[in-house]
Write a protein that binds this ligand. Structure first.
Ligand SMILES: Nc1nc2c(ncn2[C@@H]2O[C@H](COP(=O)(O)OP(=O)(O)OP(=O)(O)O)[C@@H](O)[C@H]2O)c(=O)[nH]1
Ligand SMILES: [Mg+2]
Length: 482
């Protein structure tokens, strides 16, 4: 799901990639792409306008984060704003002080009300709560049977009075639940093709009669743009307390999720993700934001980078790289940092576009790093500081090979790769192509970091900004990757 939206947004990130920081100018275009993507995804225009303004403000006011690139940082900002629009945290279903908690389902025809009654009852049972479902749709011929069948399937009782007055059915259903000690009573109601006044009036009467604790608007995610006006109409008449967004498993464009909260101020509480009765999940704004952005889990990468990277360490590493003093000891540090941040496989999966990397490729990369580490561990401290010692001496290389259980040519390749990379850094006057590059780790782009607000005292006269850092394909150039 949300594929269309995330593909569009991918463009926005791409435009920021290779830039060295977020500025008024380069953000213009990225914002335009975000705007277009959201509109294409059927997000309501008003919602989009407000959203873009919020993102612009947040982006321009943001501090550079060490170890992540501007596009990654921008994604994080957009993500955080999405989370804000959708309501920060999950809001659980109401629980009345005195049982039963009365839940009224409302929504258009076919939005999933009846199915969701059963899903909710099942969900609540897993929380140890007993529910009674009430068949309040007397208009559609098979509606009562549909609810009963679902009830049998999950062994949840259904209260019905056949084709009686829906208000009376609701009243008696609630009364029965009260007498029989149910925790929840879930009222199914009739849907209509359009938001018609009669249906609203009936819902209002039911509301007045039973005073529900929870009025949940069931919205089919596929209605996109329409979600805004639908939500408004129901909220004005009925005062909804929340929403359930259904059919998110289908090929939807996701816009509805953004509109509901914005328009009503009420949270989405659950999402329907399939036809089966088990297919109901609590709604988490942050997860939904990640899904909309389709960026794997790049946000946790940014957060990890924020947490894990020792700022001082990163800055001195950058200095070393600029003066090409980077040695095997630093390399080892970098690798340990990668390890601390989780497995290489895990890390790569967090990267946009890396989701499809094969298990085999991942394993290979991981093995290569492990091999390099083993070899470096077999070096003397002197050799680590001065890789040229190894380059000049076959017997040293042979010792390292033996000590680490590798072949002589493995060690030779590690050393020559390392030297080549260091020469390259020296030539550019700055870092490039060492492990960690392209993974958003320190050293990715020292010129950017050099200007970081977090280390003003370490500012360097920035050498040819971005050159090494923006070249494509560098991340494949690590040790032993030939
Ligand atoms: N794929 C998918 N299908 C769903 C979901 N929720 C409901 N459906 C399907 O949508 C169709 C309509 O669901 P109902 O529960 O009958 O909808 P309703 O709102 O009660 O419809 P009316 O009673 O006619 O107003 C059924 O075929 C359900 O199986 C969902 O989350 N995912
Ligand atoms: Mg129904």
């Amino acid at each position: 799901m949300f594929d269309a939206l995330s593909e569009k947004l991918e463009l926005a990130w791409r435009k920021l990639r290779g830039q060295d920081k977020i500025t008024e100018t380069n953000i213009q275009e990225a914002l335009r792409e975000v705007r277009r993507a959201l509109l294409d995804a059927d997000v309501n225009l008003q919602v989009v306008k407000q959203f873009i303004e919020d993102v612009r403000e947040a982006a321009l006011g943001s501090e550079v984060i060490l170890g992540v690139t501007p596009d990654q940082q921008f994604i994080k900002i957009v993500h955080d704003e999405l989370v804000k629009v959708m309501g920060e945290a999950n809001v659980p279903i109401a629980q009345a002080e005195q049982s039963p908690t009365i839940v009224l389902m409302a929504g258009l025809q076919g939005s999933g009300k009846t199915t969701t009654c059963a899903k909710l009852a099942l969900y609540l049972r897993k929380q140890g709560k007993k529910s009674l479902m009430v068949a309040g749709d007397i208009y559609r011929p098979a509606a009562i049977d549909q609810l009963k069948t679902l009830g049998q399937q999950i062994q949840i009782p259904v209260f019905d009075l056949g084709k009686a007055d829906p208000v009376e059915i609701a009243r008696q259903g609630v009364e029965t639940a009260r007498q029989q000690g149910y925790d929840y009573v879930i009222l199914d109601t009739a849907g209509r093709l359009q938001i018609d006044l009669e249906m609203m009036a009936e819902l209002e009467r039911i509301k007045a009669a039973v005073q529900p604790h929870e009025i949940l608007l069931v919205v089919d995610a596929m209605i996109g743009q329409e979600a805004a006006s639908l939500t408004r109409a129901f909220h004005e008449r009925l005062g909804i307390t929340g929403a359930i967004l259904t059919k998110l498993d289908g090929d939807t464009r996701g816009g509805a999720a953004l509109s509901i909260r914005q328009v009503s101020g009420q949270p989405i509480k659950f999402i329907g993700v399939g036809e089966k009765v088990e297919a109901l999940d609590p709604f988490y704004p942050d997860r939904m934001a990640s899904r909309i952005l389709g960026m794997g889990d790049i946000l946790s990468l940014v957060e990890k980078a924020q947490e894990e990277i020792d700022l001082g360490d990163a800055a001195s590493m950058a200095e070393k790289m600029m003066t090409a003093q980077f040695d095997f000891t630093d390399f080892l540090k970098q690798m340990r940092l990668i390890k601390r941040m989780g497995s290489l496989a895990g890390l790569l999966r967090l990267m946009p576009g890396m989701g499809k990397i094969s298990e085999e490729q991942l394993q290979k990369g991981q093995d290569q790093l492990a091999r390099a580490e083993a070899m470096i561990n077999s070096m003397t401290p002197e050799e680590r500081r001065n890789p040229d010692l190894l380059a000049r001496s076959v017997s040293r290389k042979r010792r390292v090979a033996r000590g680490s259980g590798h072949k002589l040519e493995d060690v030779s390749r590690l050393v020559s790769d390392f030297q080549r990379m260091r020469d390259m850094m020296r030539n550019m006057g700055m870092g490039g192509g060492f492990p960690g590059r392209g993974w958003g780790l320190p050293g990715r782009d020292p010129s950017w970091r050099g200007r970081s607000a977090a280390s003003p005292s370490r500012q360097q006269p920035s050498p040819k900004p971005g050159k090494g850092g923006s070249k494509k394909g560098g991340s494949n150039r690590g040790f032993g990757s030939k």
